[in-house]
Design a protein around this ligand. Sequence first.
Ligand code: PMM
Length: 266
Amino acid sequence: MSVQLLGILNVTPDSFSDGGLYAEQSAAVERGIAMRDEGATLVDVGGESTRPGAERIDPAEEQRRVIPVVRELVAAGVSVSVDTMNAETALAAAEAGASVINDVSGGLADPGMYRAVAETGLTYIAMHWRGHSTDMDALATYDDVVVDVREELKARLSEMIVSGVDLRRVILDPGLGFAKRPEHNWQLLGRLDELGSLGHPLLVGASRKRFLSPWGAEPAQRDEATAIVSALAANAGVWGVRVHDVASTRAALEITEAWQNGRTDS
Ligand code: PMM
């Protein structure tokens, strides 16, 4: 499969769809290995919930949750990304063998993040973000969401250059659900090519988010919608997708790839 498939492993007691389930370290490691076996090319380990309204946690607590899991997954041969807004956690994760830093704040939450990324030399996912979960709903105002998100990501790239980040290793993410109303998410998905024109690979994280079920399905019942959106994003040329249920999205990505191959096989 040519698209990166990030399997979400939230090691938090309060994540919005799988909170508490994998809080225990050994269960988390087992789940991470299972996701790899189901087809995840990266397991994305996160220790701080970003669901709307979630409270911040101390970086030391975040590391206590995340780092042992990263270390064990890497020892088991699993490629790991770490979902963190903290430079210190990013450095500890790199030390523990992570290959990717996934920062939902795109470097805005911690002024030391870009220097940390530059120091590790790891791949860096910079997501579009306007503020912490406690107040992000109030920040969802745009003239044209795609134009505005593109401009704000472009400004982040300029800051990264100043801090010595290798831009060849930067992946951009529109940040679906983060200071976005449902219509904003659909516009960003429908116009991914405009974000792609910044010249960086894109990651799309739609998994189980509220905009996928206007009729009110529970998070765990949004996996079909997630697989469809992920397949459409793959068809639009994204670098990767980030999902909770790896098996269903893997099937959708394989179909997308077969479809694309059909264009060139005859
Ligand atoms: N969404 C969440 C967490 N981390 N990282 C990236 N790069 N993109 C996202 O869209 C994203 C993310 C929130 O979802 P979760 O709490 O289910 O992990």
